[in-house]
Ligand binder design. Structure first.
Ligand SMILES: [Zn+2]
Length: 238
């Protein structure tokens, strides 16, 4: 083999490895060790609404009011940093009976990070949730759904379950553009045991907030019952 061909082969292997690791890091339903849940198998028409990021002062009240109006529980994966800044908003979520989860402290991509960095991001956030009075089991959701080696290893070592999602309407611009297309996407793609991801805490997600009542009503009409992620996991069948 000529030198040029050898160099080309080595480069190709390196590129394919990087592409493979990138895809692995973003997989919604696979990680190398520990439990990762993107959806559960269930005989019942159960479904979980999950909201990432926040809490924020501006939008927590309106989101909680919508959930209360429809009598629906949800799971809020919050960042430790924002719980620390807005502890009263986090307490309101808790007082309304919803589930809280750990979405890291500062929302970094948790790949190519040291074990000490990852430990601090997770432990500090759990501590912030305990500080506002949360006593239930704390599930973890990786920022951007990203993980590779160290994060799954740390979660497994500390007995934590990682939760992603199988329905993500905001990922595609032509779906995210309006409340109607967001709601339609969720209702069309929902399955028993699905986990829906929405972002409702920032100004930029006005359409997602507006889609909430239609999503809830549409899925209820299809016979779905909303549960927290922990209740969904408890009711799974193998
Ligand atoms: Zn996030």
């Amino acid at each position: 083999m000529s030198v040029v061909k050898k160099i080309f082969s080595v480069l190709l292997v390196i590129i394919l490895t990087i592409v493979g690791l990138w895809q692995l890091s973003g997989s919604r339903n696979y990680q190398i060790v520990g439990e990762l849940i993107s959806r559960v198998n269930t005989h019942e028409r159960l479904i979980a609404l999950t909201f990432d990021d926040g809490p924020t002062k501006k939008h927590t009240d309106s989101v909680l009011a919508m959930l209360a109006e429809h009598d629906v529980p949800a799971t809020f994966f919050v960042t430790g940093k924002e719980v620390d800044i807005f502890p009263d908003e986090a307490r309101k979520i808790l007082a309304a009976g919803h589930q809280l989860g750990n979405h890291s402290w500062s929302h970094p991509r948790m790949v190519l990070k040291s074990p000490a960095f990852i430990a601090e991001e997770i432990e500090k956030t759990d501590a912030a949730l305990r500080a506002i009075g949360y006593q239930e089991n704390i599930l973890f959701r990786p920022p951007y759904g990203k993980k590779l080696f160290v994060l799954p290893w740390y979660l497994q070592k500390t007995g934590r379950t990682s939760v992603t999602w199988d329905i993500e309407p905001e990922t595609w611009p032509d779906v995210a553009k309006s409340a109607q297309t967001i709601a339609e996407h969720v209702i069309e793609n929902a399955k028993p045991g699905s986990i829906i991801l929405l972002h409702v805490m920032y100004d930029s997600r006005e359409e997602s907030r507006k889609a909430l009542p239609s999503i809830i009503n549409g899925l209820k009409e299809q016979g779905y019952t909303f549960v927290t992620v922990s209740d969904l996991i408890e009711n799974r069948t193998q």
